[in-house]
Design a binder for this molecule. Structure first.
Ligand code: BGC
Ligand code: NOJ
Length: 819
C-alpha cells in the first residue's frame, strides 16, 4: 500500500457528539457537534497536499537524529511499509521505517467527547532502540470561520493551562465560554510545548519542527499567537520489544456558574475531566473502546445484511453504504474535505432524505430529527432551507424559497412510520419556526406542506419553483448578472411564474404517502383530499409536462419550456424522469417506459447517468447557476449520483431488474475501485458527482461522503432491486432482480423482529414474487405481516417468470463498465 492515494481517502471518527475527520495520512480536524462553532483543531483548507496536517505524530531515532511521521504526513519522509485501514468509527495507520514499526489506532470511544490515538511502537532491530515520540495538535480558537479570518483579535486571545503534564486549551474561557479542550498523553512525558512557533521554530512548518529535529521541546506557554499541544515521550526498546503510548484530544464543558477552581480564580475547573483522563490514558482502554465500537456497529448493521451474487452490492449494502448513511445523517453537508464545516448547517431537504437511508439503523434518532426539522417549518407550510445544529433554529443564510423543501418532510415521516409502525409521532405537538405556543400535531405540519405547493401553482397548474427545487442550481427567477453574487441569496425577480415538473412528480409521491398516513390514522377524508390533489397535479404533468419522448423539466420565468426537445441545450433532464415515475405518473399509459428509454438513449454513460444533455455551453441568465458550471460538471451535466437511484427505482417499478442493477453498478463505489485512477475518490463511499461526458475528466468523482446519494442508493438497491421494503402494514418482499441471478439471502430487523429472507429465482429469466412462504405458511402477495418483537420469521420467496411487458427501448444490452 502507498500513502499517496489519488485524493485523500478519509474516514470519520465519532458518531454522536464528538467528530473527527481522518484521512489516510491521519490528517483532518475534530469538533464538538458543530463543525463551525466548536472546532477543536485547526485545519488549512485547499492546502497542498490537500490534506496537510491535523494529527501530528513524529518518531525520532535518538541515536541518529533521523525523524519521520509514521502516517507519512506531515514529514512525508520515505516509509519502508505503509498501510491504512479505515473501519467503522476507527482508523488504523501503520508503517515501518528502519525497522521501527509504528501503528496508531484512532477512535472516539462511545459516549465520550474525546478522540484517542493509541500508538504502538515495536523495535524490529537486532539492537536496542532509543526513540522519541512527539504527538501534537494545533488548536482552533473555536469558531472556525473567525479563526481563519479575524487575526487582529485572534492572534492575541490564545490561552492555555498546563497541569500534570496535560495541556488545556482555554482561549476565551475567562469570559463567555464554559468549554475547553485538552491534549494529554500516557507518557512518560519528558517535555511539552504550547506555542506553535516555539515548537516549529521560525520559518518552519509542521514537516520540520525544530523541537523534533533537536529531540527536545521548549516548554513554551502560549500567550496569544497559535496555541498548540505537544507532548514528547521517550521510549527505549530492546529488540522485539513494544510499547503503547496514548494521546488524547478531548472536549469538556463545565456548568457556567461553576467553571473556575477555586471559584473566581480564572482557572479551569478540571475536576470533572480528571477521571476521564485517567480512564482513557490507560492503554487498555483503547482496546475496550474498540471492542465496544465493534459490538455497536455489529448490532447496528445486523438490521440489514444481504448475500447476493454481487460482491459489490454485498460490500456496499452490508457495511459501507449503511455507514455512509450514518455519517450523512449526523453531519448533513457540513464537514468533509469538500465541505468546509463553516458554511452550511443542516439542510432541510438534505436531512429529510438522509433519514431515508438511516431510519432502520436508529429509529429513535430519526424520530427526534423529524421533530427538529418540523419545528423549523414555517406557518405557511414552507421551510427554511437549513437549520443550525447547535440552536436548532432555521436560518436564511444560504437562501430560502426552495419550493420543494416541505414535501421531503412527508417522505421522511412516511419512511419512519413504515419502518417503525409508530403513528404516535403524527400526534406530537410541534411548533412552527421554533416559536413556543405555535404547536400543532406533526400531522398538521404535513398537511400544510402539501398545502404550500397547492397554494403556489402556476399558469399550467404546475407547482411554482421558487428559488429552485431539488436542483439548487436551476434558478429560474434569479437573473443574476453580478459577478460573485450568490445564486442562493440573490433577490429574485418578481412577476414571473416559473414552474417545476420535478416538484409535480415529488408532489404526486408525497400526496400518496400522506394519503397512506391519513388512512392509517383513520382520516379517510384527508386521504381522499390528498389523493385528489395528487391526481390533479399528475394530470397537469401529463398535460403540460410531457414533451413527446420524456418529461420536461420546468417552465421558465417567461413560460418557455426547459428540458424540451425544442431547447438548443439542456433538452432532457434526469430528475423529472425519475421523480415523475416515483410519483406514479406514466406507469399505466406507457409514458414512464418511454421516459426511461430516453434516459438510456440520451443520458446513460458508462460512469452513470448524467443530469442533462446537452450540457449548457454558455451562461444563460434565465436558468441561473446551472449554466455557470463548465459542461459536464456538477448540475450542468455531471453524473449527479443522487439522481441515479431514482432511475433505478423507476426501472424496478417497470420490472426491469437488469436495467436497475446495471445503473446501480455503474456508480457503485466498490465496482469502481479498479478505476481509481480515473474515479480518484474513495472506493467505499458515494461521491456527490462524477464528471459527465461533456467534461474532459469524464469519470472523475468529486465531493465524496456528504451526499444524498448515500441514502437513495441504499433505498434503491435494498428496497427496490432486492425489494425488501418496509410498508405501513408490514415488510414487503418484492424483488426485481437481474435476469441472470438465481436469488439471494438477507436478514432484516424490522419492528423488533428478525426476518430471515431467502429469495429463489430461475436464473436467466425475469421473475417476480406473487406469493411468499412465511414460516412455512403460504401468504398471497408480497407483504409479510408484522411479527411480534423478539421473534424470528423465515420468509421464502420463489420468484416466478414473467412475460416482459417492457416496450422496446428499455432493458437493452447494458453498457459495460469501462476499463
Ligand atoms: C452546488 C449545489 C449546492 C448549492 C447550495 C451549488 O453551488 O452546486 O450542489 O446544493 O450550491 O450550496
Ligand atoms: C446538493 C444539495 O445539498 C442538495 O440539497 C441538492 O438537492 C443537490 N446539491 C442538487 O442541487
Amino acid at each position: 500500500m502507498r500513502p499517496d492515494t489519488p485524493l485523500p481517502w478519509i474516514n470519520y471518527l465519532g458518531s454522536e457528539e464528538f467528530f473527527g475527520i481522518v484521512s489516510n495520512t491521519a490528517a483532518g480536524y475534530s469538533f464538538f457537534r458543530d463543525a463551525r462553532l466548536r472546532r477543536l483543531t485547526r485545519y488549512r483548507y485547499n492546502n497542498a497536499p490537500l490534506d496537510l496536517g491535523g494529527r501530528y505524530l513524529y518518531v525520532r531515532d535518538d541515536e541518529t537524529g533521523d525523524y519521520w511521521s509514521p502516517s507519512s504526513q506531515p514529514t512525508r519522509g520515505a516509509l519502508d511499509e505503509y498501510r491504512c485501514r479505515h473501519g467503522l468509527g476507527y482508523t488504523v495507520i501503520g508503517s515501518q521505517r528502519d525497522r521501527i514499526e509504528v501503528e496508531t489506532l484512532y477512535l472516539v470511544p462511545l459516549g465520550q467527547t474525546l478522540e484517542l490515538w493509541r500508538t504502538r511502537v515495536v523495535n524490529q532491530r537486532p539492537e536496542p532502540a532509543r526513540l522519541s515520540l512527539f504527538g501534537a495538535v494545533e488548536f482552533c480558537l473555536w469558531d472556525a470561520a473567525d479563526d481563519a479570518t479575524n487575526f487582529q483579535r485572534n492572534l492575541s486571545v490564545g490561552e492555555v493551562e498546563i497541569e500534570d503534564g496535560v495541556v488545556f486549551h482555554t482561549s476565551e474561557y475567562r469570559e463567555r465560554r464554559n468549554h475547553f479542550a485538552y491534549f494529554a498523553c500516557s507518557g512518560p512525558v519528558v517535555g511539552f510545548d504550547t506555542q506553535r512557533e516555539a515548537f516549529l521554530g521560525p520559518y518552519r512548518g509542521w514537516d520540520r519542527p525544530v523541537a523534533v529535529e533537536e529531540g527536545r521541546c521548549r516548554g513554551s506557554v502560549a500567550h496569544g499567537w497559535a496555541p498548540c499541544g505537544v507532548q514528547h515521550v521517550r521510549v527505549e526498546l530492546d529488540p522485539c520489544e513494544s510499547r503503547e503510548v496514548v494521546f488524547l484530544l478531548g472536549y469538556a464543558e463545565n456548568p457556567p456558574e461553576a467553571k473556575f477552581d477555586p471559584p473566581g480564580s480564572g482557572r479551569v475547573d478540571k475536576r470533572r475531566v480528571r477521571p476521564v483522563l485517567e480512564r482513557y490514558l490507560e492503554p487498555r482502554s483503547a482496546e475496550i473502546a474498540l471492542d465496544e465500537l465493534r459490538t455497536r456497529w455489529g448490532e447496528l448493521l445486523a438490521a440489514l445484511q444481504v448475500r447476493t451474487p454481487s460482491v459489490h452490492a454485498d460490500r456496499m449494502v452490508n457495511v459501507w453504504n449503511q455507514y455512509q448513511c450514518m455519517v450523512t445523517f449526523n453531519l448533513s453537508r457540513s464537514a468533509s474535505l469538500f465541505e468546509s464545516g463553516v458554511g452550511r448547517g443542516m439542510g432541510f431537504r438534505d436531512s429529510n432524505q438522509d433519514l431515508l437511508g438511516f431510519v432502520h439503523l436508529v429509529p429513535e434518532r430519526a424520530r427526534a430529527r423529524i421533530l427538529d426539522l418540523a419545528a423549523t417549518q414555517l406557518p405557511s407550510g414552507g421551510a427554511y432551507h437549513q437549520y443550525q445544529p447547535l440552536t436548532k433554529r432555521g436560518n436564511d443564510a444560504i437562501g430560502s424559497g426552495f419550493n420543494d423543501d416541505p414535501l421531503w418532510l412527508i417522505l421522511a415521516v412516511a419512511a419512519y412510520a413504515k419502518e417503525t409502525g409508530d403513528l404516535s409521532i403524527l400526534q406530537e405537538p410541534v411548533p412552527y419556526d421554533g416559536r413556543p405556543g405555535t404547536e400543532t400535531p406533526l400531522y398538521e405540519h404535513l398537511r400544510r406542506a402539501l398545502g404550500y405547493t397547492l397554494d403556489r401553482l402556476g399558469p399550467h397548474g404546475l407547482p411554482l419553483i421558487g428559488r429552485a427545487d431539488w436542483n439548487d442550481c436551476l434558478n429560474l427567477n434569479c437573473f443574476s448578472e453580478t459577478p460573485g453574487e450568490s445564486f442562493q441569496t440573490a433577490a429574485n425577480r418578481e412577476g414571473g411564474a416559473a414552474e417545476s415538473i420535478f416538484i409535480g412528480g415529488l408532489f404526486a409521491l408525497a400526496a400518496r404517502e400522506l394519503a397512506g398516513i391519513a388512512r392509517r390514522l383513520g382520516d379517510p377524508e384527508q386521504a381522499e383530499l390528498a389523493e385528489a390533489a395528487g391526481r390533479r397535479i399528475a394530470d397537469a404533468v401529463r398535460r403540460h409536462g410531457w414533451d413527446g419522448e420524456w418529461f420536461r423539466r420546468a417552465y421558465d420565468y417567461d413560460g418557455a419550456p426547459v428540458g424540451a426537445a425544442e431547447n438548443e441545450e439542456g433538452r432532457i433532464y434526469v430528475e423529472p424522469q425519475g421523480m415523475c415515475v416515483l410519483g406514479g405518473i406514466g406507469l399505466d399509459d406507457g409514458l414512464a417506459a418511454r421516459a426511461l428509454a430516453s434516459v438510456r438513449t440520451h443520458l446513460a454513460t458508462p460512469h452513470g447517468i448524467v443530469l442533462l444533455q446537452p450540457a449548457y455551453s454558455r451562461y444563460r441568465v434565465e436558468l441561473g447557476e446551472i449554466s455557470s458550471y463548465p459542461p459536464g460538471y456538477k448540475e450542468n451535466g455531471g453524473v449527479f449520483c443522487h439522481t441515479n437511484p431514482w432511475i433505478m427505482i423507476a426501472e424496478s417499478l417497470l420490472g426491469d431488474g437488469d436495467a436497475a442493477f446495471d445503473y446501480y453498478l455503474r456508480i457503485n463505489p466498490s465496482a469502481r475501485e479498479d478505476l481509481s485512477d480515473v474515479h480518484r475518490c474513495e472506493p467505499y463511499v458515494y461521491a456527490q458527482m462524477i464528471a459527465g461526458k461533456d467534461a474532459p475528466t469524464h469519470g472523475e468523482a468529486k465531493n465524496s461522503w456528504l451526499t444524498g446519494a448515500a441514502a437513495w442508493n441504499l433505498v434503491a438497491v435494498t428496497q427496490w432491486i432486492l425489494g425488501i421494503r418496509p410498508d405501513f402494514d408490514g415488510l414487503r418482499v418484492d424483488p426485481c432482480l437481474p435476469a441472470e441471478w438465481d436469488g439471494f439471502a438477507a436478514e432484516r430487523r424490522f419492528r423488533g423482529a428478525l426476518y430471515r429472507i431467502l429469495v429463489r429465482k430461475p436464473p436467466g429469466a425475469r421473475a417476480r414474487a406473487s406469493c411468499l412462504l412465511v414460516d412455512g405458511e403460504r401468504v398471497e402477495g408480497t407483504l409479510v405481516p408484522p411479527a411480534p418483537a423478539g421473534s424470528t420469521v423465515d420468509v421464502v420467496a420463489e420468484l416466478v417468470p414473467v412475460e416482459s411487458e417492457l416496450p422496446a427501448g428499455t432493458g437493452e444490452q447494458p453498457v459495460p463498465l469501462p476499463g
